[in-house]
Design a protein around this ligand. Structure first.
Ligand SMILES: [Mg+2]
Length: 380
């Protein structure tokens, strides 16, 4: 397989409702879609979601990195490796230059290219991503996430969760009325549902400890990223003193981050997100490291991701042993339109089926990508 042409789409799809947390409030998605075309005329689609407050990448900078650095490197070579080592091979051919100032890692850019190449490669060989990530689990169950906002909005979503049989809920905290929102959600869903919190780095250490203490009376499973990235030594202190375990999200971008968090005993859980962590290969490395060190894993997602990253997440979810919490596959629950011909949203109870069609497992409606793209670049 040789890539002869590529396109980079910067997409904005409106969300059904604005979604917010303590770092940002958004009313549209902003995915970068990479399309690669092989000399055999086969197209592969990949996705990355750049977030300045997560990896340091802006969408514009990630697109430029893909255009200038990543695509020129992979368009020079033939990719004819066997299926069982295609992930490792792609990891060696996609460049990993040192990040520029302000960027932690070019992970969204890398993810868009890795997943596009993988989609094209698998379609070329008539294989599903499950040939690379064999299915090990019989069932998967997604969580629902309640964004920051009014108590009444949290209550509405909690009722939705209850009616939809959702058993894992995450509530964004770090804004106004947090305890009231948590109490309201707990009252609506009852005792059999797990509730976890995500502060997106909103607290300092003392506020975090006081908040966790007050929130823990509502039977909380864990708290995600109570302090911002950069305060990992204090995260370890919170982990020691908190009645509920700490999950690292913004503090966990690279494999070096994973090693440092484990060394410092700064958390009990990792939130591994494919786009944040630099693609499937890197995410699996981090997960292997977590497993070896007794760290539980949440397989997370990017808000507003399309069916491409959701399909990748689905294969990962069926492949990885012992995932504690699972997020993603929200599709048109969140987006006004998705770009796949067939929805891969989860269903009742958060359950979802495995995907088996060639490539990443979702059929792309290319005119939808074009319709929602504010910028299209062609690379030859
Ligand atoms: Mg988070």
């Amino acid at each position: 397989m040789k890539i002869i042409k590529a396109y980079i789409y910067s997409m904005n799809i409106p969300l059904r409702h604005p979604f917010g947390h303590s770092s940002f409030r958004r009313s549209y998605s902003d995915s970068i879609i990479v399309k690669v075309v092989s000399s055999d005329g086969i197209a592969g689609f990949g996705e990355g979601v750049a977030r300045p407050y997560v990896t340091g990448e802006t969408t514009a900078a990630a697109v430029e990195h893909i255009r200038r650095v990543l695509l020129p490197a992979v368009m020079k070579i033939r990719i004819d490796t066997p299926v069982h080592d295609v992930l490792e091979y792609l990891n060696t051919v996609i460049p990993s230059p040192a990040a520029d100032e302000g960027v932690i890692a070019w992970n969204a850019a890398r993810t868009a290219v890795e997943t596009a190449l993988l989609d094209c490669y698998l379609k070329t060989h008539g294989q599903s991503l499950s040939a690379v990530l064999p299915r090990r689990n019989d069932a998967v169950h997604y969580s629902l996430v309640i964004g920051s906002g009014a108590v009444t909005a949290a209550e509405r979503t909690a009722w939705l969760c209850r009616l939809a049989g959702i058993t894992d809920i995450k509530i964004k905290v770090g804004g106004a009325n947090d305890l009231k929102r948590i109490a309201t959600v707990r009252k609506v869903v009852g005792g059999g549902v797990s509730i976890r919190l995500d502060a997106n780095g909103a607290f300092d250490r003392d506020r975090a400890l006081a908040f966790i203490d007050a929130a823990s009376r509502y039977d909380i499973a864990c708290i995600e990223q109570p302090q911002p990235r950069g305060a990992e030594h204090e995260l370890a202190d919170i982990m020691r003193r908190s009645p509920v375990p700490v999950m690292a999200d913004e503090s966990l971008v690279t494999i070096d981050d994973a090693r440092r968090l484990i060394e410092r005993q700064a958390c009990g859980l990792f939130n591994v997100r494919v786009s944040k962590c630099g693609g499937i290969y890197n995410a699996l490395q981090i997960i292997a490291h977590a497993e070896k060190n007794g760290i539980d894993v949440q397989l997370g997602c990017m808000v507003g991701e399309t069916s491409i990253l959701s399909a990748v997440g689905r294969h990962m979810a069926f492949h990885i042993d012992g995932i504690r919490f699972l997020e993603g596959s929200y599709g048109t629950f969140l987006l006004q339109h998705d770009i796949a011909t067939k929805s891969i949203r989860f269903g009742w109870g958060g359950a979802a089926r495995p995907l088996s069609s060639p490539g990443l497992g979702c059929d792309i409606r290319e005119q939808s990508i074009r319709r929602y793209s504010r910028d299209i670049l062609q690379v030859v």
